[in-house]
Design a protein around this ligand. Structure first.
Ligand code: PLP
Ligand code: COI
Length: 341
């Protein structure tokens, strides 16, 4: 086995086909054993539930090479549980959680040559997903589904890596009150495409979504949760029923409290409070922690004291501790690291 010849430090967050993927079929009311295959193409009915009524849910996690040369993933049990929650909301039969972890382990191991070496800043992104594959024309759930897992080596989600980004407040919502914002459904991301293209055209890196019911509270971006640091170093993260419960955010709150001795608050965050925070960041599997320097709101700018040149000091400590745990430099809490090899 030899690592692929890839410029690991130069890759961005894009799709690159790897050798193997896992697929399991749901037919006649049950999931089959599943298998690794080489073909990256999916053949389904033109009338498949996923194509007509967007019946699909997904997950995202990463495999890392640790400082001592192991290949590991981070808290895959939480992705397995969240995929189950997402599936139930869209009437998709859940994929068994233990089988999910097995499938992730098998797929990463089968693509081991694509796991970026330690210290390159790149990782292997793992994308498990389920979709309705049989025909539906009346609005109802499909009878047949596929669960698949593929991998792709990735670099930083935002160009510039640790450089602070600028985001703007979106005029459109990505989720409805009592809708699907709390699950990882493809339809939520379709809802955000117009806004992300528009934000980029206007020179912004991302959108900040406000709560869809009152538009007075901070929710999240299209692909990451927010974290804020107060002037007295408390870590604050928004709480809402229409936000995706980020595994990175939950992990960072634990790290802040138990590794760094910081106070943490998970609570509704008013938009009007933003001007009082010292630091702001986005957190997620893809984003890791990306510092936010500035928020643009219809002609008004909120500039965080941490500035546009580097991560704020508390955000940086959180980043270093979390990535230290993921890459094996810092001892992880029990059960957080799943060793693959
Ligand atoms: N919020 C949204 C909308 C996301 O797509 C993601 C990415 O998965 C996150 C938050 C971060 O979640 P996690 O930390 O579990 O990757
Ligand atoms: C992730 O962080 O895994 C995501 O899914 C975010 C984005 C790529 C959709």
């Amino acid at each position: 086995m030899a690592k692929k010849n890839i410029d690991w430090s130069g890759i961005g967050f894009g799709y690159q086909k790897t050798d193997k993927r896992f697929v399991s079929d749901f037919k006649n009311g049950k999931w089959d054993e599943g298998r690794l295959i080489e073909d990256d193409k999916v053949v389904i009915s033109e009338c498949a539930g996923v194509l007509q009524y967007a019946q699909t849910v997904f997950e995202g996690l990463k495999a890392y090479t640790t400082v001592d040369g192991h290949i590991v993933t981070f808290r895959p049990d939480l992705n397995a549980a969240r995929l189950e929650e997402s599936a139930k909301r869209l009437e998709i039969p859940p994929y068994p959680q233990d089988k999910f972890i097995e499938a992730v382990v098998k797929t990463v191991a089968a693509n081991e040559d694509y796991v970026p070496p330690y210290g390159t800043g790149a990782t292997l992104y793992v994308r498990p997903y389920i979709f309705g594959s049989s025909p539906v024309i009346g609005v109802k759930p499909a009878d047949e589904y596929q669960f698949r897992v593929f991998t792709t080596p990735v670099g930083p989600y935002f160009k510039g890596g640790a450089k602070p980004i600028t985001i703007r407040v979106s005029d459109y919502d990505r989720a409805a009150p009592h809708g699907t914002g709390h699950i990882k459904a493809g339809l939520n991301y379709a809802m955000s495409l117009y806004q992300i293209v528009d934000a980029h055209n206007q020179g912004f890196d991302e959108n900040m979504y406000l709560d869809p019911a009152t538009r007075t509270r901070v929710e999240e971006t299209g692909g990451a949760n927010f974290l804020f640091i107060t002037k007295d170093n408390t870590v604050v993260t928004p709480k809402s029923s229409s936000i995706l419960p980020s595994i990175t955010r939950r992990s960072l709150m634990y790290v802040a409290e138990h590794y760094l001795g910081l106070k943490v608050e998970h609570r509704p965050v008013e938009f009007a409070e933003l001007k009082d925070f010292a630091e702001c960041g986005l957190c997620g599997t893809a984003a890791v922690i990306s510092p936010v320097g500035k928020i643009y709101d219809h002609g008004n700018e909120i500039c965080f004291p941490s500035g546009m040149d580097e991560m704020g000091p508390v955000t940086k400590k959180l980043y270093e501790t979390l990535t230290g745990i993921q890459m094996g430099r810092i001892e992880a809490p029990e059960g957080w690291i799943k060793v693959i090899k």
